[in-house]
Design a protein around this ligand. Structure first.
Ligand SMILES: CC(C)(COP(=O)(O)OP(=O)(O)OC[C@H]1O[C@@H](n2cnc3c(N)ncnc32)[C@H](O)[C@@H]1OP(=O)(O)O)[C@@H](O)C(=O)NCCC(=O)NCCS
Length: 173
């Protein structure tokens, strides 16, 4: 791809609600995430993102185009219980005008380095829909191991078939 651009990550902040509206309020962006959220749900999500770092249970970041400083997306990780263990789950999202430039992959690698440096949880999981080739490609490229498929009801009433990808954070250098 010729138009690849560098990305950096910054802690999610109070001023990032308009970005979140572009990421979570749009039908195309949320096709694999259960559909667009209402303004109210997005405001609740914004508050959760702002609180996450101080809760000590994960971190959320804004993805920024390093060349222009424009906001391009989100990446973050949070604790969850999975098959009887506490693990980190990671998720990412890039708005259409910045897609296809390697930004999600670059930003996710930076978030993985942060999660690994904490030495808090050994395993980081990602659960992209089986129908989401770019997200599955990112997992493969960043060294995750595919454990198999699993079904989720998210949000309630909406069923997704996902891949369970796992990365060993102790093996990240
Ligand atoms: C998934 C998403 C984050 C990808 O963002 P992006 O910045 O375009 O991703 P990148 O450019 O970093 O990487 C995409 C990779 O997928 C590959 N890819 C894209 N389409 C593909 C396809 N149809 N088949 C296989 N690989 C594909 C690309 O070649 C690229 O790999 P490369 O860097 O080795 O060339 C973006 O499309 C998005 O936000 N979608 C909506 C929200 C979403 O689904 N989030 C994921 C929830 S798990």
């Amino acid at each position: 791809m010729s138009d690849r651009s560098a990305a950096r990550i910054e802690p999610w902040g109070e001023g990032d609600l308009p970005l979140l509206e572009k990421l979570m309020g749009d039908p195309q962006m949320t096709e694999h995430l259960g559909g667009p959220e209402s303004k109210e749900k997005i405001a609740e999500r914004q508050a959760r993102y702002e609180r996450l770092a101080s809760s000590g249970r994960g971190r959320m970041f804004k993805i920024v185009d390093a060349a222009t400083g424009e906001a391009a997306g989100s990446v973050g990780y949070w604790e969850r219980a999975w098959r009887g263990q506490q693990v980190y789950e990671i998720g990412w999202s890039v708005i259409p005008q910045f897609q296809g430039r390697g930004m999600a992959g670059t930003a996710t690698a930076q978030a993985i380095a942060m999660a690994s440096s904490e030495r808090k949880h050994r395993y980081l999981h990602a659960f992209p829909s089986v129908d989401n080739p770019p997200s599955n490609a990112i997992c493969r490229k960043l060294g995750f191991t595919l454990l198999g498929e699993c079904g989720f009801e998210y949000p309630p009433g909406s069923f997704m078939q996902c891949n369970d990808w796992r990365l060993d954070l102790l093996a990240v250098t």
